[in-house]
Design a protein around this ligand. Structure first.
Ligand code: CTP
Length: 400
């Protein structure tokens, strides 16, 4: 079976759970990681077993849980388990466990296998806000970062103790995204990527408007893939019902004009611009401020052209590397290539609208100066990763 991201061998995560109330969220994290194709080996400290049982974690991971050093005959669990892992994730990580990591202590199985690792270590702190802001914890966290350990979160919000503040563990879905991201090649580190996604909404009156069926899924998958590869991503998004990918800056807009203004303000700073949004070509010339009342008379809406965001950015004197999308309902290759030339784009991504809209899968064809390159039909995130690898290559080629 091919696992995560099409790799032949499934990646193995050693998930360490320490003794905090957020331990219950580790159950959901295991489920999400297994669903993503990871093999998960859980290790728990004794305190963690006070919050959630090893039986639960064993059932979800499908593997016996590591609880102490003396479980295998040779007494080398800490070496074997950390060698077998492609990454170690500690979620939740208590203030006490972070202190142990910072000082290289190894007096229980989990801290020993962290010390014995030769793979990346990711830590998701979870604690009371006072414990988090304590200078000792802050010193320890800085030490972890200096030692090359990834610190994920914490977030701000309501806490189990009834207080409100910094110290909540990231949600399992966010942690799963961060873990997946940690395995992606960092081809876009230091690159600023600006992009649009979703539909636009052109008001007719106070309650009605013109929009389209773009779900935003492809654009959001591209934003996630680019961020996973190390890019600093700004996503100018029309109205969609999607969660913003972790680490992506989202600017929400409604109309094409708002999208145009938001993009223009940031274009000078961008290295790459990708127009994925299905921008309305026209808007209503005089939208009514109040709801229009029906009458028996026929009604005509006067439409005026919207600015073409992508074409305008691509014709700036010193444009970012511009990538366009073309959703066509027929003659894809012909229309896509025409569009690429008309908008002066080094790269245009084409797809058939009827296959793509709202669906989780897609089929993309890349058009550039060297012809066309079809990508295999796949889910949108897999395609987004392949596309971003291609864009990273082309961008670097264009810079030489
Ligand atoms: N686009 C844009 N601003 C617009 C219209 C389109 O930035 N006002 C971008 C889209 O995000 C996409 C590309 O241009 O990357 C292609 O858009 P499309 O609407 O297919 O192209 P059009 O030139 O409007 O052609 P068509 O006649 O097919 O509508």
């Amino acid at each position: 079976m091919r696992g995560i991201m099409g790799q032949a061998r499934r990646k193995r995560i050693l998930l360490g759970i320490t003794g905090g109330i957020a331990a219950y969220k580790a159950a959901e994290l295991v489920r999400l990681l297994v669903k993503q194709g990871f093999e998960v080996q859980v290790a728990m400290t004794e305190a963690a077993t006070q919050f959630i049982t090893p039986t639960t974690m064993q059932a979800l991971s499908g593997q016996p849980v590591l609880l102490n050093q003396w479980q295998d005959e040779a007494g080398m669990t800490h070496i074997h388990s950390s060698r077998a892992a492609d990454a170690i994730v500690i979620a939740p990580a208590t203030a006490d466990f972070i202190a142990k990591l910072a000082h290289g202590m190894a007096d229980d199985l989990l801290s020993a296998l962290c010390l014995a690792r030769d793979c990346p270590l990711l830590v998701a702190p979870a604690m009371n806000k006072q414990m988090w802001s304590n200078p000792a914890t802050q010193r320890n966290v800085q030490q972890l970062a200096a030692d090359g350990i990834a610190v994920l979160g914490p977030a701000c919000g309501s806490q189990a103790c009834g207080e409100e503040g910094m110290g909540r563990m990231l949600e399992p879905a966010e942690l799963a995204d961060e873990i997946v991201a940690s395995f992606q090649p960092k081809l876009l580190t230091g690159i600023k990527l600006l992009m649009t996604a979703g539909p636009t909404y052109e008001a007719i009156d106070a309650v009605r408007g013109i929009t389209n069926r773009s779900s935003g899924k492809m654009g959001y998958a591209i934003a996630q893939a680019a961020r996973e590869m190390g890019a600093q991503v700004t996503l100018v998004s029309g109205p969609v019902a999607l969660t913003t990918p972790v680490g992506v800056e989202r600017i929400s807009v409604n109309s094409a004009q708002e999208m145009y203004d938001a993009v223009n303000r940031r274009a000078g700073d961008a290295d790459i611009f990708i127009g994925v949004a299905a921008v309305a070509d026209y808007r209503v010339a005089h939208p009514a401020e109040q709801k229009i009342k029906k009458s028996a008379a026929p009604m005509t809406l006067e439409l005026v052209a919207n600015p073409d965001i992508l074409a305008d950015i691509a014709s700036l004197p010193n444009p970012p590397f511009c990538v366009g999308f073309a959703a066509e309902s027929e003659r894809l290759a012909e229309y896509a290539e025409q569009k690429r030339r008309a908008k002066k784009l080094p790269l245009l991504v084409g797809n058939l609208a009827q296959q793509a809209i709202g669906s989780d899968d897609n089929e993309l064809i890349l058009f550039d100066d060297n012809g066309n390159h079809p990508l295999p039909r796949a889910d949108k995130l897999t395609l987004a990763r392949l596309l971003m690898q291609h864009i990273a290559q082309r961008y670097k080629g264009a810079k030489l």
